[in-house]
Design a protein around this ligand. Structure first.
Ligand code: PNW
Length: 494
């Protein structure tokens, strides 16, 4: 069954992308934004400098067994001190935007919003100003998983409704301090990962894992409200003057029905509901997806009339982080009422003698370029074609001490990944999907959360053993040529 479905989707895909066609800059609109992305905890380091307060990841990485290599983001790749070097590299590769995140606890060390840390403001001012000096647009994520630790300890983090108020104060400070120069704001990165891995599997900070509780749904609910409150503040107090736009960043794996059976088609749709609909339905339609309501009952919080009004159309664009795809079939025989089982959807990436796509280093990441086109089409169809920025897309390889540097730098699979996924984006655009930009994840190898430094997602290699020196990989050079409109095969390869 899996082989048959794979044959069909790949046949369809191959009929769309001619075998020798390389995606070219000219396949995208002139004003299409190409950028690279990172997040504060993964790259900044300087954890105890500049007046920064601790975040939940500082605490989480101290817990034995949580991070594969036992490491943390204390130093990371030291972007805090080397931001100029990194910005120069972004410029060298030819990207025109940088999506980075602000560390909440650098701005408000205890998260409470009473005393702003001016050193933190100064750091981001320097970064933003240097980006602009180099012609690179700063695109800012306000929250990329690094909650001020004090907020977790004092109010229970995302489980408490008062987080909305604290997030709003922090967001307003950022708009007021940086909004004269920052025109693209992403409120919250991947509330799904925080809800599921922060409050259900326990794989991410704050590591809560009571599998029967309603915590993931509460954490999701408060992230939605925090997003909406921040967006409302931006629109009422800043947007007219500053002229920027604001959105939310959601991650979603595409779910392709394993067969044409109605029950598999519904199961695949449900799987997308439980990732993307969970957040977009309340914003576009005022309530959680029916499939979630039916299965979760009173575990799902209720929106008041006021919440609904706040949420409605609370974004100027959808930010999409997309990496991979699964086949999905219906499954009924599970009793346990948890986030995964309640979905009644079996996810399939590998089967006897088969796999949905080449495997990257992270166990969840299979290379499936055709999935991106499908999820973009899905968003356009279901939500009335909103503007979309692809805010993350990329693949990783295993850190491998044994390989010589030149081998680690020649990342052919990553080049193939970007070619395939960019072809998918360009097909979606041609079909009328309103995609406005694309950010590669990531600018540099960095702290990959529970995987520590064992996985490398960067276009730029970081030599952790030799003073954190940076080296452009083949994929970085591929992008450089892509932006210049050069044919990479000229006098090279094959
Ligand atoms: C994202 N999935 O997380 C995060 O935003 C980044 O900080 C992270 O480094 C990057 O992806 C790579 O992991 C995701 O299972 C984790 O589909 C898992 C998934 C998607 C995104």
């Amino acid at each position: 069954m899996e082989d048959e479905r794979k044959r069909l989707v790949e046949e369809e895909w191959n009929s769309m992308v001619s075998v020798n066609h390389q995606p070219a800059r000219a396949d995208f609109p002139l004003n299409f934004l190409f950028g690279v992305a990172t997040s504060a905890y993964q790259v900044e380091g300087a954890a105890n400098e500049g007046g920064r307060g601790p975040s939940i990841w500082d605490a989480f990485t101290c817990i034995e067994g949580k991070i594969i290599d036992g490491k943390n983001g204390d130093v990371a790749i030291d972007q805090y001190h080397r931001y100029k070097e990194d910005v120069d590299l972004i410029a060298k590769m030819g990207f025109s935007a940088y999506r980075f995140s602000i560390s909440w606890s650098r701005i408000y060390p205890d998260g409470l919003g009473t005393q702003v840390n001016n050193e933190g403001i100064m750091y981001y001012n320097n970064l933003i100003n240097y980006l602009l000096e180099k012609g690179i647009e700063p695109c800012v994520t306000l929250y990329h998983w690094d909650l001020p630790l004090h907020l977790d300890e004092s109010i229970g983090g995302w489980l408490s409704n008062s987080i909305v108020k604290y997030f709003a104060i922090y967001a307003e400070t950022c708009f007021a301090s940086f909004g004269d120069r920052v025109k693209k704001w992403f409120t919250i990165n991947e509330p799904l990962q925080t809800a599921v891995n922060g409050y259900f599997t326990g794989g991410n900070a704050p590591g809560r894992c009571d599998r029967q509780s309603a915590e993931p749904y509460l954490a999701a609910h408060h992230q939605l409200l925090a997003h909406a409150e921040a967006a409302s503040i931006y629109r009422t107090k800043f947007k007219d003057l500053q002229g920027g736009e604001i959105g939310l960043v959601l991650d979603c794996q595409w779910a392709e029905a394993l067969t044409d059976k109605e029950e598999d088609i519904t199961a695949a749709a449900r799987r997308v509901d439980f990732q993307l609909g969970w957040y977009l339905d309340p914003i576009f339609f005022g309530e959680y997806p029916k499939s979630m309501q039916e299965r979760l009952g009173d575990k799902l919080p209720i929106f008041s009339q006021k919440d609904k009004e706040l949420l409605r159309n609370s974004l100027d664009f959808v930010g999409l982080n997309h990496y991979t795809t699964r086949f999905v079939s219906h499954r009924t025989n599970e009793k346990e009422n948890d986030y995964f089982r309640v979905q009644e959807a079996t996810q399939i990436a590998e089967w006897e003698n088969g796999v949905i796509g080449e495997k990257a280093a992270s166990p969840w990441l299979y290379v499936v370029p055709w999935g991106l086109r499908k999820i973009l089409n899905h968003i356009a169809q279901k939500y009335n074609n909103p503007p979309i920025y692809i805010t993350e897309n990329g693949m990783d390889d295993e850190d491998n001490d044994a390989s010589p540097l030149h081998e680690m730098l020649d990342d052919k699979p990553r080049v193939a990944y970007y070619k395939g996924y960019l072809a998918s984006v360009s097909l979606a655009i041609k079909a009328g999907v309103d995609v406005r930009g694309y950010f590669a994840w990531s600018l540099v190898d960095n702290f990959e959360w529970p995987q520590g430094y064992t996985k490398r997602f960067g276009l730029i290699y970081v030599d952790y053993k030799n003073g954190l020196t940076r080296h452009l990989k083949s994929s970085a050079y591929w992008f450089l040529k892509f932006f210049k409109g050069e044919d990479e095969n000229n006098g090279k390869e094959d």
